[in-house]
Design a protein around this ligand. Structure first.
Ligand code: AMP
Ligand code: GLY
Length: 424
């Protein structure tokens, strides 16, 4: 099969690495890809916002499957426009991608189909939003409705802070994404990421992970896209997974089908394990980054076979098998991230750092005449697998310490919760 992978981050490098291992694969293209992905795929220049150009590429290169890494092209309807040309796509169409593209849409879906989530209100103007605030306590969570590159969520500890966040949204800080706000009850508990492959009617559990969103050790400082992750998440016991499938994922799939927008692709549920049971914080309609890196390290089965089954409505006949070991990834970021990351920092020692149990995924790198340099906020995802999280952590940091990146930094405590639980 010929496959086109859309995206350029660490998530897409992990997908490329796993797809490249499939005996079904003839040729992998990546648009735009990155220097790490280039080891597995032919990187091509393609304007992904030009859906007709992507379709034309697929036809001339006989692409049998398009795998979309990030959410933006899905929310923009790339999957619909390719499907209209007879091209198979792993990833939801525009209507189903609203599960990530509109927080209000997802909250309304939860309300309609009885899916446990934080209590909420949804507003298109500041006075009404502020009136609702008066009826709820603090802390409270204020969210821009649309895609805001992970910056649209404010956990407000006071009503004043919440009112400011509401003003920010309606004053255009997040552009169109802030045309509506969702105000939510603050949920307490432990967060976990849970993934399912979906074919419109069947959801196949596809692993759990925990990521570390704050930039600093001890979960301090501003939010980022994710500074590291590990899988599996020990809190996701078989009992909790069964409950999440029954109370959250299955009603979502059923609800989406009922609304006429069956969901296909990967459904990423951000969950809070509260004293009242698991509750949905939010959905994403793509793999997490860096959660994908640890999932791909552990997946035993052929990713391409599973993605084909999702596209062809065959997931009811499939299973996914995982290595028993734990995988852990540490993100090396450029100094300044998540603000203004230093660009162009030299990178060295990657080949020495990699090994049988350690894979270095490229997240934001560029090749120059002088060698590999940083070209993004998150630069590398240094990923290890081992019998315990503690040992995976040790291997990942040993590799990190072998890499030469004077302009970079990382958290030194990725996996701390799980390591504490293991007691080593
Ligand atoms: P997001 O930017 O949408 O990924 O959300 C960022 C983070 O905000 C989530 O990962 C949670 O840690 C937190 N969060 C979002 N909604 C809630 C909520 N209702 N209660 C508590 N924390 C929340
Ligand atoms: N690591 C969180 C995300 O990909 O949304």
């Amino acid at each position: 099969m010929n496959v086109l992978l859309i995206g350029s981050g660490g998530r897409e490098h992990a997908l490329a690495w796993k797809l490249a291992a499939s005996p079904l694969l003839t040729k992998l293209y990546a648009a735009p890809g990155n220097p790490g992905i280039a080891r597995e795929a032919e990187c091509v220049v393609l304007d992904v916002t030009d859906h007709a150009a992507v379709a034309a590429f697929c036809k001339t290169r006989s692409v049998d499957l398009v795998v979309v890494g990030p959410e933006a092209p899905l929310v923009a309807g790339l999957a619909d426009n390719l499907a209209a040309e007879g091209i198979r796509v792993f990833g939801p169409g525009r209507a189903a991608a609203q599960l990530e593209g509109s927080k209000g849409f997802t909250k309304d879906l939860c309300a309609r189909f009885g899916i446990p989530t934080a209590a909420y209100g949804r507003f298109n103007n500041a006075p009404k939003a502020k009136a609702y605030l008066r009826g709820v306590g603090a802390p409270v969570v204020v969210k821009a409705d649309g895609l805001a590159a992970g910056k649209g969520v404010t956990i407000a500890t006071t009503r004043d802070e919440a009112a400011n966040a509401i003003d920010d949204c309606f004053e255009g800080r997040f552009g169109e994404a802030g045309a509506e706000v969702v105000i939510e009850e603050f949920l307490e508990g432990e967060e976990v990421s849970f993934f399912c492959l979906c074919d419109g009617t069947t959801a196949l559990p596809f692993g759990s992970a925990q990521d570390h969103k704050r930039v600093g050790d001890g979960d301090t400082g501003p939010n980022t896209g994710g500074m590291g992750a590990y899988s599996p998440a020990p809190v996701m016991t078989p009992d909790i997974e069964e409950r999440v499938m029954r109370e959250i994922v299955e009603p979502t799939l059923k609800g989406m089908a009922e609304l006429g927008s069956p969901f296909t692709g990967v459904l990423f549920a951000g969950l809070m394990l509260t004293a009242d049971g698991p509750k949905l914080i939010e959905y994403n309609v793509r793999f997490g980054d860096p959660e994908c890196q640890v999932l791909m390290m552990r997946l035993k089965d052929d990713l391409l076979v599973l993605m084909n089954a999702a596209v062809d409505s065959q997931l009811a006949h499939m299973s996914a098998r995982w290595r028993d070991e734990a995988a852990l990834t540490v993100v090396l970021a450029a100094k300044g991230y998540p603000g203004t990351p230093a660009k162009g920092g030299a990178l060295g020692g990657l080949d020495e750092a990699a090994g049988d149990d350690v894979v270095i995924f490229h997240a934001g790198t560029a090749g120059t005449d002088d060698g590999l340099v940083a070209a993004g906020g998150r630069v590398l995802a240094v990923t290890a697998i081992a019998p315990t999280v503690g040992e995976a952590q040790r291997r990942a940091y040993a590799a990190v310490d072998t890499i030469d990146f004077p302009d970079g930094f990382c958290r030194r405590d990725i996996g701390w919760r799980a390591v504490e639980r293991e007691g080593n």
